[in-house]
Design a protein around this ligand. Structure first.
Ligand code: SF4
Ligand code: SF4
Length: 231
C-alpha cells in the first residue's frame, strides 16, 4: 500500500471515530476557483441528520453539528501530524471572515462531495447521498495532500422522480436534473423558497424543508438503519 492510500485509510478512520457517517476524497479542481487550486484535494465529511419516517423534517441539530466539527478537527490533526497543508471549511459560511468568507463565495460542500463521488445534487438543489439521502450535514477539509480520489459525479441521478418538486407548496423546485455547472438558483426558485420560509417563520416554524424531507432516499437510509438495529 502506498502513502496516499495509507493516509486515506487513516483519515477515514479518525473521521469516522469522531462521528462522520460518510468520508470521501475528491479532486475539486473542476469546481474550485483557481485562486484556491493549491488546496485542490478535498476530504468530504457527512453526518446524517436524524429523520424519522412519517415525520420528515430534519434540521442541523446540535449533536450532529458537534460530530461534524469533531470530524473536521480530527482530519485536520491528522494532516498536521503528516505536515500537510489544509483548510477546514465549516458547514456554513455565516459570520465567517477573511479566507473562509472568500472561499465560501466560490465553493460549496456539494462540490467536494460530488467530486468525491459521494452523491449528486438532487432536483431540490441539495446533495443526495445514496446511503443517507438528503438529510446530511456536510463539511469539507481542503488540503494539498496526495490522496486517492473518488470518481466524480457530474450529473444528477434523480431520473423521472419528481417527489421533491411535488412536495414544494410554492412550486419553487423546478424539477430540473442537475449537472456540473448548474447552481442552486438554476434548480430552485430562490425567491419563491425564501418567501415560503419567511411565511412559515411568521407562523412560528423554524424552516420549511418539505423538499428535503420528501426525498425517498431518506427512507431507504432510515429503513436500513432500523433493519441493522433490529438484526
Ligand atoms: S425549502 Fe420548502 S419552499 Fe424551499 S424549495 Fe424546499 S419545499 Fe420548496
Ligand atoms: S425527491 Fe426524487 S427528484 Fe427530489 S432529490 Fe430526491 S430522488 Fe431527486
Amino acid at each position: 500500500m502506498g502513502e496516499p492510500e495509507e493516509l486515506a485509510l487513516e483519515l477515514t478512520a479518525v473521521a469516522r471515530t469522531a462521528g462522520a457517517d460518510v468520508v470521501g476524497f475528491g479532486d475539486v479542481t473542476e469546481g474550485l476557483h483557481p485562486e484556491f487550486w493549491p488546496l485542490a484535494r478535498a476530504v468530504s465529511l457527512g453526518c446524517a441528520l436524524p429523520v424519522r419516517v412519517g415525520e420528515g423534517l430534519a434540521f442541523p441539530d446540535e449533536p450532529t453539528v458537534a460530530r461534524l466539527v469533531e470530524a473536521g478537527r480530527a482530519v485536520a490533526a491528522c494532516l498536521r501530524r503528516r505536515k500537510q497543508r489544509f483548510f477546514v471549511l465549516p458547514s456554513t459560511g455565516e459570520g465567517k471572515k477573511g479566507y473562509c468568507a472568500a472561499l465560501f463565495g466560490h465553493f460549496s460542500h456539494k462540490v467536494a462531495a460530488t467530486c468525491a463521488g459521494l452523491g449528486w445534487v438532487g432536483k431540490h438543489g441539495l446533495l443526495v447521498s445514496p446511503e443517507f439521502g438528503s438529510a446530511v450535514l456536510w463539511g469539507t477539509v481542503l488540503t494539498d495532500a496526495c490522496l486517492p480520489v473518488g470518481r466524480p459525479v457530474r450529473r444528477g441521478r434523480c431520473g423521472s422522480c419528481t417527489i421533491c418538486r411535488d412536495a414544494c407548496l410554492p412550486g419553487a423546485v423546478q424539477g430540473r436534473e442537475w449537472r456540473r455547472g448548474l447552481e442552486f438558483g438554476d434548480l430552485v426558485n430562490k425567491d419563491g423558497c425564501a418567501a415560503q420560509v419567511a411565511r412559515l417563520q411568521r407562523e412560528g416554524k423554524t424552516c420549511c424543508g418539505r423538499c428535503m424531507a420528501a426525498c425517498p432516499y431518506n427512507f431507504i437510509a432510515v429503513h436500513a438503519k432500523e433493519h441493522s438495529e433490529g438484526a
